[in-house]
Write a protein that binds this ligand. Sequence first.
Ligand code: NDP
Ligand code: 8X3
Length: 253
Amino acid sequence: MKKIALITGATSGIGEACARRFAQNGYDLILTGRKPDLLEHLKSEIEKHLGAEVLTLLFDVRDAAACRAAVEGLPERWRAINVLINNAGLALGLDKEYEGDMEDWDIMIDTNIKGLLSMTRFVVPGMVERNSGHIINIGSVAGDAAYAKGNVYCATKAAVKTISDGLRIDLAETAVRVTNIKPGLVETNFSVTRFHGDAQRAEGVYKGIKPLSGDDVADVALYAAAAPAHVQIAEVLVLATHQASGSVIYRES
Ligand code: NDP
Ligand code: 8X3
């Protein structure tokens, strides 16, 4: 029986790259997202070309009841999840804290913190019962220290770090592992979303620097998952070579 990875937010960027990377390396996949066409397209492509079996689940991670129903409703064959990748997340806006959009704040907090917590709450008990499993949270360099106008997004990723650390403590008596991956600049749909669809402004974020790709982050996730059972990759900060921190980025002009 192949291992099973559940990936949230699999319809784009890092989540999509993790889907392909884990499929290439012997996992069957539970892929979750909000866009049915993209999910089904990814499922058929992976099943056809990468030989993995894929189950898709359509829900918004902000809806705790939907998260619960999705996990509790899994068919028997899919219940023993080996790896949970809490990837679904976003930044909205880049504004001074005292001028920020409060609706954007709610969406970031509800997705990046509460959505991740819901999935953890519903998937991890099964892992504890089986004394086997791995939770990989996609945090960010943004959680290490605030950067200008990053305020609430940075806070959500700082929360991901603390939530990962807390879970690792609570699971120390089990064989279940917890990894927090903290990428820097990754070229995905992230900045287009942050700037509410302004693709030109988003392009500027990656100007003069070769950013990471979703695949680069997926490689780190796979490395953590593939480590021997006694090795827990607790946290990884992964940056583009010309990025030194959330706010120090060297750009060629
Ligand atoms: P993308 O925008 O390319 O992908 C984000 C994915 O998350 C999409 O599939 C999106 O689906 C999904 N998603 C967002 N909100 C929800 C929700 N409420 N319910 C379900 N799915 C949701 O960005 P990335 O791949 O870059 O982002 C993935 C993760 O990586 C995020 O947690 C982000 O914070 C983190 N990260 C990104 C970095 C970067 O520079 N790109 C760096 C560090 C961390 P939909 O299209 O339906 O919104
Ligand atoms: C995404 C990385 O630095 O653009 O978490 O916020 S950053």
